[in-house]
Design a protein around this ligand. Structure first.
Ligand code: PLP
Length: 454
């Protein structure tokens, strides 16, 4: 099928254009940490696809008509109906963002000493499990370990390992992340979802989705899984939601909203506990800490995101950038997903040992060369450090994540990104490594300071 993005720009925002000298100064001032860079010094921002999507005229029109009543606002009913239609869950709670949904749900189902099992917990998800004194256990499938293999569902959970840990009797919840953001953005098959849910049920353990990218997972299922080719994205997403006991989802991703999340549940007792927690900590059950305008943006966004023309064009955009990166000499985690490309920095920069952080070095170089911001997912993020901030245990892979905001950049922007990548790949040995100057103990990648190590 030939595709084109089924939208056009009607209002645009100016992109800052900087010189190399300005970027060198800005990056040094930021302690060589992209999270410290002011957006005014960034040309192409691929740091995240969260809350960065362009809203539609339909969403803005709905937002203009939002009802800010404290209780029972019309905006809430539009939000609830859109999500009940999509998920089938009778209990829908709005929350301001995904991590708040996690905290509220997990504190209603987990206790200290229990285990939360996932294909891969997202970082805030893991933190919310651990803050409750529970253990977060990742069981990605074996196929994920081979970055180059073209296996279609490398986001799956390892079912044998799941069954073994379920028999321990300590599991408090099974949480399936679709698509698997912490695992290369790879999709989870419907067969794997169904089998994992069946195992959890057989052991009396509740099973939930972390469904931030429910539409993108559905699209990849339609492309890659036997028996789904003739289904619509909505039908596949509905089926995924129906396989489990409930879901949390950040709606800053496939909700295409600047802010928002939801908790959806089938069980009235868990829903009641969540509602009490929500009212105490986030807001009343008909707004949950969200502004009414975002309730309305979400109600439209979750429908727009399921348009097959939109999903096809977005998947093609990611695949095309992956192809151009490969042509330029930069390998990515295969096969390309939709919301991000994961660059194999370890392979591109073999002169840099893990202790000089090749992923971070490539991310810095993309900024210095082209004003492009993205983030390391390698030893800087996942490795362990000693008290002098020297790397002790490296991460299994040295990657850079280029997240692709929804409906924001055009092919021209991505061609430019590929050209900059190609320029770096021509002389990779010129890229310097980095050392840590100062790193906080927790959530260090947000706050650390680095310096080039020449
Ligand atoms: C973004 C994300 C979250 C957290 O959502 P926020 O809205 O950023 O708080 C949780 N899980 C996954 C898979 C995510 O991608």
């Amino acid at each position: 099928m030939r595709t084109f993005p089924p939208y056009r720009a009607q209002v645009v925002a100016e992109i800052p254009v900087t010189t190399r000298a300005e970027r060198e100064e800005a990056l040094a001032e930021a302690g060589y940490n992209a999270f410290n860079l002011p957006a005014s010094k960034i040309s192409i921002d691929l740091l995240t696809d969260s809350g960065t999507g362009a809203v539609s005229t339909t969403q803005e029109a709905a937002a203009a008509g939002a009802d800010r009543s404290y209780a029972g606002s019309a905006s809430f009913y539009r939000f609830r109906d859109a999500l009940t239609d999509l998920t089938g869950y009778p209990h829908i709670l709005p929350v301001h963002q995904g991590r708040a949904a996690e905290r509220v749900l997990f504190s209603s189902v987990l206790e200290p000493g229990r285990i939360s099992v996932s294909n891969t917990h997202f970082d805030t998800t893991r933190a919310n499990v651990e803050l409750l004194g529970a253990e977060a256990l990742d069981l990605p499938c074996a196929e994920f370990g081979d970055l180059d293999s073209l296996e279609p569902f490398k986001g799956n959970i390892d079912l044998d390992a799941l069954e073994r840990v379920l028999t321990s009797g300590r599991v408090g919840q099974v949480l399936l992340t679709i698509t698997n953001n912490g695992g290369g953005g790879q999709p989870v098959s419907m067969a794997n979802l169904a089998a994992a849910a069946k195992l959890a049920r057989a052991h009396g353990v509740p099973v939930f989705l972390d469904a931030a990218r429910f539409a993108e997972n559905a699209w990849l299922v339609i492309q890659r899984e036997e028996g789904y080719r003739d289904k619509t994205p909505r039908e596949v997403a509905q089926e995924a939601f129906s396989l489990v006991d409930g879901s949390v989802a950040s709606l800053k991703k496939d909700g295409i909203s600047p802010m928002g999340a939801f908790i959806g549940l089938t069980d009235p007792e868990i829903a009641q506990r969540c509602e009490t927690n929500l009212i105490a900590t986030e807001g009343f059950r008909t707004y949950g800490g969200l502004g009414a305008h975002d309730l309305d943006r979400v109600a439209k966004g979750v429908q727009e995101v399921l348009d097959p023309h939109y999903l096809a064009a977005r998947a093609d955009e990611a695949a095309r950038l992956a192809q151009l990166a490969g042509d330029g000499g930069v390998d990515i985690v295969q096969p390309p997903g939709i919301h991000a490309l994961y660059l194999n920095a370890g392979r591109l920069l073999p002169h840099l040992p893990a202790a000089r952080f090749p992923g971070h070095a490539l991310a810095c170089e993309l900024y210095l060369e082209g004003g492009i911001r993205c983030v390391e997912l390698g030893s800087l993020y996942l490795g362990t450090l000693d008290e002098h901030n020297e790397l002790v245990t490296p991460a299994p892979f040295e990657l850079v994540r280029m997240a692709l905001p929804r409906r924001v950049y055009t092919q021209g922007h991505y061609d430019y990104v590929a050209e900059i990548l190609g320029d770096i790949a021509k002389n990779p040995e010129r890229v310097p490594g980095y050392r840590i100057i100062d790193a906080p103990k927790i959530l260090r990648h947000f706050n650390l300071r680095m310096a080039p190590a020449r």
